[in-house]
Structure formats: structure tokens, C-alpha cells
Design a protein around this ligand. Structure first.
Ligand SMILES: CC(C)(COP(=O)(O)OP(=O)(O)OC[C@H]1O[C@@H](n2cnc3c(N)ncnc32)[C@H](O)[C@@H]1OP(=O)(O)O)[C@@H](O)C(=O)NCCC(=O)NCCS
Length: 540
């Protein structure tokens, strides 16, 4: 909240075309507003927001407009420095603070002691409790089902799918603040909201999300040295290789590595880890967009950032799709649902494993991205679309069920997997697929898309074939089955780039866990391995 005596409303600006501010609004605009400041070269800009319903002109002219709108107040540096600065400017320069809402850092600082207490209780009461047998089949079978990791952000149930601190994806879609609630266009939950939930276990208010979004956007610009590194990559280098290399290079600026080298206390490790994580989450879209521009020549070559936009809206503009609202909102949903899928998957586990050596978040997440680049993990979404387009070419735009079924069998008989189907843990259709597919049903342009229609029909037909085939333990679609067809429909048809988008998203789960790893002082990960000779010896 800002001091009630400061800026009168004519100093505030809005980009909201549907609103007109008038002097009568001044009292309401000095209340209930979350405010963040940014330094500009020649002054300070204060960004705040306000419920549209509390603006008088709006209430009279368009009573149905709801949500929040962005307000911006510019204070020239001369006015800040001047001893005779207008009263409202002088007051604004000192009185701006977060008061009615908490920052993510403040909220987490309250959560960390609770989590430490929970860990102490677990150790005291259950350290020797048994979580199941370890069999040779586990050792040979990729450790499926073994409960061997602590992971706070989400839990995956084979039947119910993913929940984030107990909330299913449909619940998150209902409860987490969306773009509209912070004054932007769009109805899908914001990834910023999901990040807040994953990190703190709490549903943020729109004001809190707005503050976080502005904070992230203010961190999104890439350092010049990194731009040069990215620009030096050959265009032919796979975008995922470019992505992980660029992320690793950012460890040049790691606040955690710096704090560690300065001998910061172990109990405080989580704070610079959080700062690195927020910096990285904010910069990932800019890195991805620069790679996209360099490799495909599409998008804004400078990765410009507009502080009034949320992180993904900026990303969409950076990629060159800012005019496609449907894609922007889809990307918000995409990033939110791809963020976390408990800890055992290759990318999340890798970040945790590498981070357990106290490697900084950039090194840990670069390693995670290399795992995500594998065809059985994140690269599958690239393969799904390739395969679906081959199918479309083969059967045309209006295929019969039999034609699709025959194609599925020909894929299986040639020894290939049906990409986008099956899952190592899930035994039901992936709720992330359901959410993304549900999005298609809300937009006419997607309902009319032949490739979207084909993917939706496949989700009915492929399980029948896979069940009959009898090998895969889960014959249902996973998240990768549906994610690419929407991107393709909106013109983002560079398949090799799809896993980069997944990589932008996975940070929302993997990096918060690194923060928890440090807050809880978890040890370096070091399971025991055995050779076959040693196993035979042991089992004699
Ligand atoms: C996701 C995946 C890697 C999980 O692997 P998994 O845990 O080993 O899966 P299962 O236990 O069900 O595998 C049992 C058998 O079914 C096969 N199988 C699994 N999914 C299959 C699919 N979509 N098509 C054909 N066969 C499949 C496996 O290859 C395995 O065969 P094998 O015994 O000859 O090695 C696997 O389902 C797959 O390769 N899917 C296609 C790629 C994909 O969509 N990846 C994205 C995952 S989010």
C-alpha cells in the first residue's frame, strides 16, 4: 500500500484501453495496491495494480469488467533529487513498500522453519521405519517404485496423477490466480502462481502473484556475455544443447557460488539458492527466445522485455507470437502443468542429484536439461508431432478409425513405440494431457485444426491398440501426446525447439526443490551400486 497522501490519480497511467482514470478515482487508487519500483536511467517507475471494479469510471461505464489492472507512475529523477520536489513525488520515493502482501521470499522465510521442524520430527519418529523391500528387480529395472527421494513440490499417484501440495491440476486451474486477475488478458493459471504454490505450499493472492511476476520480469534481461555465447553457437547445434550450455554459462553470476565461497552459514544456503533460482526462471524464456531467433530467424532479435507484461506474455512476444492471445494463454498453461512431476523423473532427479554436491542452480539445471533432451523423456514431444504428421500424411485429413488403427499397428509391428503413450509411473490418462486437450476445446481455431482433431482421436484409439498389444503398462496418453499440436497450429512448427519449451517449464519444479534441499540441509546423494558378480556373491 502506498501513503495515502501521495500521487493523485492524474499522475498514474494505464495501458488498459477499457479504462479511463478520472480525478474521482484518486482515493481508491491509493488503497489496496501492490507496488514495485524500477530504476530507469532518468527516473523511477512505480508499477502497481488495482481491482478494476474499484475504479469509479469503470463501474459506471463497463460494470462487467473485473480483475485487476496495471497502473504506472513515472517520477523523473530530477523530482526525486530536488529538495523542493512536489509533495507526491517526494513521498512516493520513500513510502513505497509491500505492506498488504508478502513477497515470495518473506512467505518462504515463514515456511522454512515449519519444514525444518517437520524434518526433525520425521527423523526422530520414523528414521528406522521401513518403506518397502529393495529387490534385484528394482536394481535392474531403473528403480521403479522405490521410495528413495524427498520431494516437496508435488506427489505423483499412479491412478490420480500429479498433485501440487495436495491440489490436482483442475483444482489449480480453479484456484490459482490467472492473467486476468492481475490485469492482463488470459484465463489460464499463471506459471508464477504455480511457482508460488510449489515453493510455499500456499495459494498466492493476485497481488502477491503480480509482485512476483514483476520481480521475475525485472530479472529477465540476459547479460551481454551470455548473449555473445549464445550468438556464437552454430545454427546446426541442437537447440537443447544450446539451451543447457547457455544455462551452465550463467553460473558465472551465481549468488549461491559466491555466498559459498564467502563462507556463508549452511542454514542460509537456501537464500542465495532461491535468488539464483528466480534469476534463472526469469532468464530461461529470454535464453530460449534468443536461441529461437538465431536458429529459425523468428521473433524479436533483442528479446525486449515490457515490465507491464507477465513473464509468459513477454516470452510470447519475444518468440514473435505476441499477437496470438490463444498461444500466449496456452503457454501459460503449458508451463504451469509441465513445471513439476515429482522428483524421480530424469530431469528433476538430475537437478537434485547434481545440486546435492552443492553445485549451484545453474550447473544443476543445465544437467537436468541434458536429461530432458533424451527421447524417452522431454524429446518425446518432438517425436510425437513428427509421428502424428507422418500419420496425417499417410491417412489424410478425414481418416476412418480403421485407417488410424492400422497405422498404429504398423508402428508397433515395425518395433517402434507409439510416442506420447505410456508412462513409467502413471496408470491412467495423464491429467496434464487432459488439461492441454481441454484447452483446445475452448478455442475455435484449435477445434478447427486438423492436427488437433487427429491427436484427440488418437487419444481414444491408441489405448485400444496398446491394450491389445499388451506390452505397455499404461496404454493412455501422456503429456507429450497433446502439447505439440497446439504449438503447431499457431505456427510454432519447429519441432526441435519443443523440448526447449519443456525446459523453460521444468525449472518451476526442479529449482524450488533445490531451495528445499538447501533449507533442509539434505546430504549429498550417494546410493550403493553392485556389480553382477557382487550380487551373485551376496545372494548365495
Ligand atoms: C514413457 C516410457 C519411456 C515408460 O517406459 P516404461 O516405464 O519402461 O514403460 P512400461 O513399463 O510400460 O514398458 C513395458 C514395455 O512396453 C513398451 N512400451 C511402453 N510404452 C510403449 C508405447 N508407447 N508404445 C509401444 N510400446 C511401449 C516398452 O518399450 C516395454 O517394452 P520392452 O519390455 O520390450 O522393453 C514408455 O512408455 C515410452 O517409451 N513411451 C513412448 C515415449 C514417450 O511418450 N515418452 C514420454 C514420457 S512422458
Amino acid at each position: 500500500m502506498i501513503d495515502a497522501n501521495i500521487p493523485v490519480c492524474q499522475h498514474w497511467e494505464t495501458r488498459d484501453a477499457e479504462l479511463a482514470l478520472s480525478a474521482a478515482d484518486a482515493p481508491s487508487m491509493t488503497q489496496n495496491r501492490t507496488v514495485a519500483t524500477e530504476d530507469e536511467n532518468d527516473g523511477v517507475r512505480i508499477n502497481g495494480f488495482i481491482a478494476r471494479t474499484s475504479i469509479k469510471a469503470n463501474r459506471a461505464a463497463s460494470p462487467n469488467l473485473t480483475g485487476y489492472t496495471m497502473l504506472s507512475l513515472y517520477i523523473p529523477r530530477a523530482a526525486l533529487r530536488s529538495s523542493v520536489a512536489p509533495r507526491q513525488f517526494a513521498a512516493a520515493s520513500t513510502a513505497v513498500r509491500y505492506a498488504s502482501t508478502k513477497t515470495l521470499q518473506q512467505t518462504l522465510a515463514e515456511v522454512v522453519p515449519e519444514k525444518r521442524e517437520q524434518l526433525a520430527k520425521l527423523k526422530a519418529e520414523h528414521a528406522e521405519s521401513n518403506l518397502g523391500e529393495v529387490k534385484v528387480s528394482h536394481l535392474l529395472g531403473g528403480m521403479r517404485g522405490l521410495k528413495i527421494m524427498l520431494w516437496e513440490g508435488s506427489v505423483l499417484d499412479a491412478e490420480k496423477g500429479i498433485t501440487f501440495h495436495g491440489k490436482s491440476i483442475p483444482q489449480c486451474q480453479k484456484e490459482l490466480p490467472n492473467a486476468d486477475s492481475i490485469g492482463n488478458k488470459g484465463t489460464e493459471m499463471l506459471p508464477e502462481s504455480m511457482l508460488w504454490l510449489i515453493l510455499t505450499g500456499k495459494v498466492p493472492t493476485p497481488e502477491e502473484v503480480k509482485g512476483l511476476s514483476q520481480d521475475l520480469v525485472s530479472r529477465a534481461k540476459l547479460p551481454e556475455y551470455l548473449e555473445k555465447i549464445i550468438d556464437s553457437f552454430p545454427k546446426t547445434l541442437h537447440p537443447m544443447t544450446q539451451f543447457s550450455s547457455a544455462v551452465a554459462a550463467l553460473n558465472h553470476d551465481s549468488k549461491f557460488a559466491d555466498a559459498y565461497n564467502r563462507g556463508v552459514k549452511k542454514t542460509e544456503y537456501w537464500q542465495p539458492t532461491l535468488e539464483d533460482s528466480l534469476d534463472l526462471i526469469a532468464k530461461l524464456p529470454s535464453i530460449a527466445a534468443r536461441i529461437y531467433y538465431n536458429v529459425y530467424g523468428k521473433g524479436d532479435g533483442k528479446q525486449a522485455i515490457d515490465p507491464s507484461r507477465d513473464l509468459i506474455e513477454n516470452f510470447s512476444h519475444q518468440l514473435g507470437y505476441g499477437d496470438k492471445e490463444g498461444l500466449t494463454d496456452y503457454l501459460r498453461l503449458y508451463v504451469a502443468v509441465h513445471g513439476d512431476h515429482e522428483g524421480g523423473n530424469v530431469s528433476a532427479h538430475t537437478a537434485h542429484l547434481v545440486g546435492s554436491a552443492l553445485s549451484d542452480p545453474y550447473l544443476a539445471y543445465a544437467a537436468a536439461l541434458n536429461g530432458l533432451a533424451g527421447p524417452l523423456h522431454g524429446l518425446a514431444n518432438q517425436e510425437v508431432l513428427n509421428w502424428s504428421l507422418e500419420l496425417q500424411k499417410h491417412v489424410g485429413d478425414n481418416p476412418s478409425d480403421q485407417q488410424i488403427t492400422d497405422y498404429l499397428w504398423s508402428t508397433l509391428k515395425s518395433g517402434r513405440v507409439v510416442p506420447g503413450y505410456g508412462h513409467a509411473v502413471l496408470r491412467q490418462p495423464d491429467p496434464r494431457f487432459t488439461a492441454l486437450s481441454g484447452y483446445c476445446n475452448t478455442r475455435p481455431e484449435l477445434q478447427a485444426s486438423p492436427i488437433v482433431k487427429l491427436v484427440q482421436r488418437l487419444s481414444q484409439l491408441a489405448p485400444v491398440v496398446l491394450k491389445e498389444h499388451g506390452k505397455t503398462k499404461n496404454p493412455y496418453p501422456n503429456v507429450d501426446a497433446g502439447s505439440g499440436c497446439v504449438l503447431y497450429t499457431y505456427g510454432l512448427d519447429e519441432f526441435k525447439f519443443y523440448t526447449v519449451l519443456f525446459g523453460v517449464a521444468r525449472a518451476y519444479g526442479a529449482l524450488p526443490q533445490l531451495v528445499y534441499d538447501r533449507a533442509l540441509g539434505l546430504p549429498i546423494e550417494r546410493p550403493k551400486s553392485m556389480s553382477m558378480d557382487a550380487l551373485f556373491e551376496l545372494l548365495k
